[in-house]
Design a protein around this ligand. Structure first.
Ligand code: AMP
Ligand code: MN
Ligand code: MN
Ligand code: MN
Length: 282
């Protein structure tokens, strides 16, 4: 199975449509993809439509903004049902938080002399309630305040920096519960990215995630080094979790990995799709 189960479109902070992602996946010979937009499921129908046309298996996905012990944590939901009113209602709620946060971020940036950031970020987003820090990053690069995205995060958009606005995202328990209610598999996204040294460490997070009904973790992703692959494969075995993989592709300029540019999962772990019923298998 050649899979990429973490991809973004214009429905969140990606630069491509779902159709463009499917075409890239088909060109690379992938069997299975999922579009996992931040706090949205809107691009899944388009991905399924083009997946069927181009012979690429597609499962519905999302990436929920959540928090645990005050640390922002992303929970990917994979293989979701087409309809899930509680999830849809929660997504509307969380996107409203995004809309308000964007106004607050722009305000915070204006305090440090960066004007026009709301509309500057908004023009890269598809709606007011889809604005992500990534969109602000694009504006700060465009206006010459920083030379690239990574610099924007280091100087402005990380916790403690002038453009960072702390947000009360939903708990990981709620995020996992919503994904389970939608018939999906809850996956802890890019676990190596969380700074948990003052919060009980990754093992405490994994325990809470499993207790909430979480079933898998990303082992191979853009944020992980080859050393991390082994570390998180070992956590899969220890916590009886399945393993997922994805590039977290946003755009060719911003992403380290192209669509599907991933090694296979190690044979020592069970892939997240192990007990899904899929029409495309290889
Ligand atoms: P948000 O959900 O609006 O808080 O934005 C989170 C998004 O910002 C992530 O999904 C990434 O796309 C991007 N991001 C976070 N940290 C970094 C970083 N250090 N460098 C580049 N992009 C980042
Ligand atoms: Mn993103
Ligand atoms: Mn993420
Ligand atoms: Mn992502």
């Amino acid at each position: 199975m050649l899979a990429d189960l973490h991809l973004h479109t214009l429905a969140s902070d990606g630069a491509w449509t779902a159709q463009e992602l499917v075409l890239a996946a088909a060109a690379r010979g992938l069997n299975l993809i999922s579009v996992t937009d931040h706090d949205s499921v809107d691009a899944n129908d388009e991905a399924l439509h083009y997946g069927a046309l181009h012979g690429v298996g597609v499962v519905r996905g999302t990436e929920l903004s959540a928090q645990w012990r005050g640390v922002s944590v992303h929970i990917v939901g994979l293989n979701l049902h087409a309809q899930c009113p509680p999830l849809d209602a929660a997504l509307v709620e969380v996107r409203e938080m995004r809309r308000i946060r964007a106004l607050q971020i722009a305000d915070a940036l204006s305090q440090v002399g960066i004007a026009g950031a709301y509309y500057g970020a908004r023009k890269y987003a598809s709606a007011d309630d889809r604005i992500a820090r990534t969109h602000f990053a694009r504006y700060l690069v465009e206006t010459g305040h920083c030379s690239h995205t990574a610099e924007v995060f280091t100087r402005y958009m990380k916790p403690g920096k002038p453009g960072y606005v702390p947000t009360e995202w939903m708990s990981i328990e709620r995020a996992v519960g919503l994904i389970c209610d939608a018939g999906g598999t809850a996956v802890l996204a890019h676990p190596a990215r969380y700074d948990l040294q003052w919060h009980g460490g990754i093992e405490a997070l994994l325990r809470a995630f499993v207790d909430a009904g979480g079933r898998a973790i990303e082992v191979i992703c853009a944020a992980h080094s080859p050393a991390d692959w082994s570390v998180y494969a070992a956590y899969c075995r220890r916590f009886d979790l399945r393993a997922s993989l994805g590039t977290d592709f946003h755009s060719p300029r911003e992403s380290r990995l192209a669509v599907g540019d991933l090694p296979k999962l190690p044979s020592s772990v069970t892939p997240v799709w192990h007990d899904w019923s899929l029409s495309t298998r290889a």
